[in-house]
Design a protein around this ligand. Structure first.
Ligand code: GYE
Length: 311
């Protein structure tokens, strides 16, 4: 590399990066924590973060991406609300030579349209939840109701798939109702109320599987208002491991959760900085852990550890 190019590269990498972040919204405690941690990571690294909240709408995300491209940002972070419909705008980013990094959800576009994706194995998360329930009911008949995440999102598709894979071959477990609660507490409560009404006041329901803790927390409220005991009359298993699910667990009202780290930005910015420094190509998928927590894990202590992390 010529001296001039070396100096140019050094000066470019020394200049503050400008990164556009198209965030889905603030539908859950987990999402809020991801936003908090992304802002913190950007500040610590001297990155100028342009934040756009899409209020759960894909068209707002596409508009934000086009605005970032027009501004000539150095990179884009995208948490894609749904898995389809991204090809055109990702092609525009590629043509503008602006690398895109996906956070916590996947898209069905070609992998060459984004630099990398940071997230968990969403199918595995569903299987971890399902395996826990299989063991917990231990062969007894158990009718399960399911609160799905946002329709068309990769976590809703994959967490359902993984849970069903875990239940396959265990005919004592049956999913009798399944509907989206859109990852929110409000909708989770509403849909759980309808499940309880439709199933003899809940007497016919043995367990709830919620694709995230926020819907589970809403559903727990509905179960209590129906005069039943969540955590015993109706087992509760969900995903995210946000602080409030540990409060519920400590009160005996929830049974298990699968952890999803909200710190997706750390690995994303590491990959971006290495790519810009010397062209290092990251793997197309940077996988985060999925740890099961149950009441055996001192939920009150875990709550104390997590409560100030920006949820
Ligand atoms: O589980 C939920 C958020 O995309 C995997 O989105 C993420 C999910 C997370 O609304 O709380």
């Amino acid at each position: 590399m010529t001296m001039l190019a070396t100096v140019a590269l050094a000066s470019t990498s020394a200049m503050a990066l400008t990164v556009g972040f198209s965030q889905i919204g603030s539908e859950s405690g987990w999402r809020a924590a991801e936003t908090t941690l992304t802002r913190q990571q950007a500040e610590q690294r001297g990155i100028d973060l342009k934040f756009a909240d899409a209020q759960q709408k894909q068209e707002n995300q596409i508009k934000a991406l086009r605005s970032f491209i027009a501004q000539g940002v150095d990179a884009i972070l995208l948490a894609p609300v749904v898995a389809t419909g991204w090809d055109a705008v990702l092609k525009e980013a590629k043509e503008a030579e602006i690398p895109v990094i996906l956070l916590d959800r996947m898209v069905d576009s070609d992998k060459d349209l984004y630099l990398t994706a940071v997230g968990s194995d969403l199918v595995h998360e569903g299987s971890v939840a399902g395996d826990w329930l299989v063991k917990e009911v231990n062969g007894k008949p158990c009718n399960v109701v399911e609160l799905q995440g946002t329709t068309g999102s990769s976590p809703a598709i994959d967490r359902k798939k993984g849970f069903e894979q875990a239940l396959a071959g265990h005919d004592n477990l049956k999913i009798i109702r399944s509907q989206t609660g859109d990852f929110t507490r409000t909708k989770g409560k509403e849909v759980m109320e309808s499940f309880l009404k439709a199933e003899d006041g809940g007497k016919n329901i043995c367990a709830l599987y919620a694709h995230n803790d926020d819907m589970a927390v809403g559903a727990i409220q509905a179960i209590k208002e129906a005069g039943l005991k969540p955590g015993t009359d109706i087992l509760v298993v969900s995903i995210d491991a946000v602080p409030d699910i540990f409060l519920a667990m400590a009160a005996g009202e929830a049974n298990a959760t699968v952890e999803l780290t909200p710190n997706m930005a750390g690995p994303a910015f590491d990959a971006l900085e290495a790519f810009r420094k010397d062209g290092t190509m990251p793997p197309k998928f940077i996988q985060t852990e999925s740890k099961l927590y149950t009441k055996a894990d001192d939920p009150q202590k875990v709550y104390e550890e997590k409560k100030d992390l920006g949820y």
